[in-house]
Design a protein around this ligand. Sequence first.
Ligand SMILES: Nc1ncnc2c1ncn2[C@@H]1O[C@H](COP(=O)(O)OP(=O)(O)OP(=O)(O)O)[C@@H](O)[C@H]1O
Length: 265
Amino acid sequence: MATIEFNNVGRTFHQGDQSFVALKGVNLEVGDREFVAIVGPSGCGKTTCMRMAAGLEQPSAGNVRVDREVITKPGPDRAVVFQQFALFPWKTVWENIEFGLHSLRVPAKECTQRIEQYIALMGLSGYEKAFPHQLSGGMQQRVAIARAYVLDPKVLLMDEPFGALDAQTRVAMQEELVRLARRHPRTVLFITHAVDEAVYLADRVVVMSRRPGTVREIIDVKSIREAEQWDALPCIEDVMDQPAFVRLRTQIGKLLREQQGRGVH
Ligand SMILES: Nc1ncnc2c1ncn2[C@@H]1O[C@H](COP(=O)(O)OP(=O)(O)OP(=O)(O)O)[C@@H](O)[C@H]1O
């Protein structure tokens, strides 16, 4: 059981004698093993929300809870994947994935089993001894995702994990993440700028308002995905061709445009 709750969260930043309200009255509940994507205009506070859930930053008002516990610092129950892969350049693929397991004191045999499982799942077999600089950007990000999943965290926090990838690698990674997320459901909070990525991956999509950021609208995707059996379709392009997918993308795209202050004419 792992839920994330934002309860009336606010965040004010101070610079010299100036202060500005970045987030105001954010209320959101991510259910157990639910995949929630957040989209919103640049600067609306998405990363700040993520950093507060990770325990890297504190709210100025309200609180963020994981499993009802108020978050005050980072913890092993939450794994974070950022846009920049942040792998250790001097460690191999295996060692990078292994790193966090040591601090969790997972027994050696189980460590090996878990690492082997995620290396295979993420298509990294044969690259165990490679160093990050010998891998493509997509492969590096697969290592970063394997490193997060191998910890078996209650909660995965992903901040534009595919933002730095080229279009084709990004599509392949989206398919892999869907495969992983449906096979090993986790509670996921996922930030993206790409509306189609949000609709493809998430159970619900949260649209945030522009500054001060708050939850503008929450759109349910899961019920449509299940009713239309998108997961049975062979590839991402087929899903994105579905009329219901196109409708959702348009609806969210318009909401986002309103928030960017460039309304639909
Ligand atoms: N430590 C800080 N000190 C001062 N201002 C900050 C700090 N961190 C974030 N901000 C400001 O708070 C606002 C929200 O930032 P945040 O990075 O959360 O937005 P975002 O929605 O993730 O943006 P983007 O989509 O461009 O990545 C921005 O105006 C940013 O400049």
